[in-house]
Design a binder for this molecule. Structure first.
Ligand SMILES: [Zn+2]
Ligand SMILES: [Zn+2]
Ligand SMILES: [Zn+2]
Ligand SMILES: [Zn+2]
Length: 477
């Protein structure tokens, strides 16, 4: 049986209908709904190089083709290249009979031992910034294409502006440019509301002649049948695609790759527009200003250990529940009925749209809803009644005090209790014929909502649908 991690075993059903592990899901504290990467809007906050951590504005990043100017990746294995220094003997410029030691630098990969010397690149006399760009033979053609599309986009944009002038309602999102308009076309394009097209646009548009496809393709080189093929000197597909402009076929043509820059993203609830995740601006910081990961707000369910399941036989499966919040949580496990859940979702969908008054500041965007994958292949008998999950206490692990005595637990419900964790036994019966057993349950709990604007903590009841992959059914059932 393939080993599955907890994140593959226990999944939460997002409000959009996608199953996600608790580590990949968020809880919007304003809508009180689960949200995942599929149903939030992603915004780029900062662009930075993951190696030197230099951040740059988006216009600069575009000009640099989203690559760092100083850091390189190995063209052979894509690991980060390091600069190595060595000294070479050169003749002194004023006296040819004397030799001088000079420090030079080259790039080397600490993983696969590739160096820039392997491909005959000249050593640099400066430690960084000396490596030039490789010339692309199609540069001019690509540039003219870019120009053409910019002009085209400009024309399209003016057209749009004209149409919009009837009902003047500007949205900053509509200004998002398709072909990097405002930044690259120069400042003149920053006056998009002008109804007059800049001069020269139409001429640029007419310059392009579409390319024609030809039946003839270049033949193979003559030596391909005569020369012995040395596989180690042929580049792999990954190596070729890593530099799409050149696509080197021979390892001798590999050239250091400028490192891709990465974005720091913030996530926004599409329904209420509140941030669900917002990182610190500084690239070297791994902290967040806002982090509403479900991991911090929803009790985590884990399978305690694997069990042997037999078709039609009721088996006890233990799960643990862990409270990540600093408040005690009262929790109940309820049966999850996919049909009833979907019906309730559909009803809610209708009412959700009318929550926000038309003309309000909040822009309601339709959240793409997926058909939930909630095929269950087992029945589960859940413990009746409620249980209390103790608040998370970071000092609890140093404490010998037995938490079990503080809570009057029903032994029918709670199997064990340790600090903010509780073990619960579920009785799982696989459906006949099922190979893997998936059961669903609804976790109902009291969530203490501490939205910053609220003067006091509000307690709301949340229902979180959870699908658990209990395991495979053993053959001899
Ligand atoms: Zn979602
Ligand atoms: Zn860098
Ligand atoms: Zn390498
Ligand atoms: Zn929201």
């Amino acid at each position: 049986m393939a080993h599955l991690f907890q994140v593959d075993r226990v999944k939460l059903l997002c409000s959009c209908g996608i199953l996600k592990p608790i580590t990949a899901i968020y809880l919007c504290r304003h809508c009180l709904k689960l949200r995942c990467g599929n149903c939030v809007s992603h915004e780029v906050d900062t662009l930075f190089c993951p190696n030197c951590l230099e951040n740059m504005p988006s216009t600069e990043a575009r000009l640099k083709k989203n690559r760092c100017g100083n850091c390189f990746d190995c063209p052979s294995c894509s690991h980060t290249l390091v600069t190595r220094a060595t000294s070479v003997q050169t003749t002194a410029p004023d006296d040819p009979s004397k030799t001088l030691a000079r420090k030079v630098y080259y790039l080397a990969c600490t993983r696969c031992r590739w160096t820039s010397r392997d491909v005959g690149l000249k050593d640099q006399t400066v430690a960084s910034g000396g490596w030039g760009e490789q010339d692309n033979e199609h540069y001019r053609f690509l540039q003219s294409l870019m120009e053409h599309y910019r002009a085209l986009a400009q024309a399209e944009k003016l057209e749009r502006e004209k149409k919009r002038s009837a009902h003047r309602k500007s949205s900053y999102l509509a200004l998002s440019d398709k072909y990097s308009l405002p930044s690259l076309l120069g400042r003149k394009s920053l006056t998009p509301l002008s109804p007059y097209a800049p001069k020269g646009d139409s001429s640029q548009l007419s310059e392009m002649t579409p390319l024609e496809a030809s039946e003839e393709v270049e033949g193979l080189p003559d030596n391909i049948f005569t020369e012995e093929l040395i596989l180690s000197s042929v580049t792999t597909m990954e190596q070729r695609i890593a530099s799409p402009e050149w696509q080197p076929e021979d390892v001798g043509q590999l050239y250091p790759l400028r490192k891709h820059i990465l974005p720091k993203r913030s996530l926004r609830c599409r329904h209420c527009e509140h941030n669900l995740s917002k990182p610190e601006y500084n690239p070297s910081s791994i902290k967040f200003k806002i982090q509403l990961g479900a991991f911090y707000h929803v009790p985590e369910v884990r399978l305690v250990r694997g069990v042997v399941l037999k078709s039609g036989v009721e088996t006890s499966v233990q799960v643990s529940l862990c409270n990540p919040t600093p408040h005690d949580i009262t929790l109940a496990l309820l049966p999850f009925v996919p049909e009833a859940y979907m019906e309730a979702q559909q009803k809610e969908e209708g009412s959700e749209g009318s929550l926000v008054a038309p003309g309000g500041l909040v822009r309601v965007v339709d959240i793409p809803r997926e058909k939930p994958d909630v095929e269950l292949s087992g029945d589960v008998a859940l413990p009746q009644g409620t249980l209390v999950l103790a608040a998370r206490d970071d000092t609890a692990e140093y404490d010998d005090h037995d938490a079990a005595s503080t809570f009057k637990d029903d032994p029918q419900v709670v199997a064990w209790r340790r600090a903010n964790k509780v073990g619960v036994n579920l009785l799982v019966t696989p459906h006949p014929g099922a190979e893997r057993v998936r059961v669903g349950l609804m976790m109902r709990y009291d969530y203490t909502n501490t939205v910053a604007t609220a003067t006091e903590a509000r307690i709301v009841t949340l229902n979180v649908p959870i699908i658990i992959d209990v395991g495979a059914v053993s053959e001899q059932g």
